[in-house]
Design a protein around this ligand. Structure first.
Ligand code: ATP
Length: 131
């Protein structure tokens, strides 16, 4: 059952290019609809610019990039949870809906705390070398 009527696909992708196209659609949806994703992307981009200016070492780059991607991936998972919960319960209040959304938000918070710690551990010594 690869296609529903009106050309909207509901079945499996048949080619890698098709899978890649849907993944790209997902990234575009994150960027367009998720304000927090855009914010995290902006902060990550600023950290990369700071890293370029401060000439980070390879090791420092690895930690920084890991922290940035962890936050973006956590935000992605949070978005998935919100979408699926809304799909299932709509506007109805449900304790499990609250738990799922709160836990997903907690995941983003953990990743953000990790990023702040990594940012401080990487940027402070790099700033010290700069001055
Ligand atoms: N259907 C629901 N049932 C119970 N609680 C809900 C429900 N929908 C949302 N909530 C509560 O409201 C909070 C905010 O939900 P919402 O879907 O608005 O997320 P959000 O604030 O838009 O998240 P983000 O800031 O990551 O986009 C949830 O963390 C949860 O505590």
């Amino acid at each position: 059952m690869p296609m529903a009527s009106s050309d909207k696909q509901t079945g499996k992708n048949r080619a890698f290019k098709q899978s890649l196209g849907h993944a790209w659609d997902g990234l575009r949806a994150l960027f367009h609809y998720e304000r927090n994703f855009r914010k995290h992307l902006a902060v990550g981009s600023l950290a990369i610019i700071a890293g370029l200016i401060l000439r980070l070492t390879l090791n420092e780059w690895l930690w920084l990039v890991l922290a940035i991607f962890l936050v973006l991936i956590a935000e992605t998972l949070n978005t998935i949870v919100e979408a699926v919960v809304d799909l299932v319960v709509g506007q109805t209040y449900h304790d499990l809906a609250k738990r799922a959304k709160d836990v997903a938000a907690g995941g983003v918070l953990m990743a953000a705390i990790f990023a702040v710690i990594v940012g401080a551990l990487v940027m402070l010594p790099a700033l010290g070398r700069w001055f």
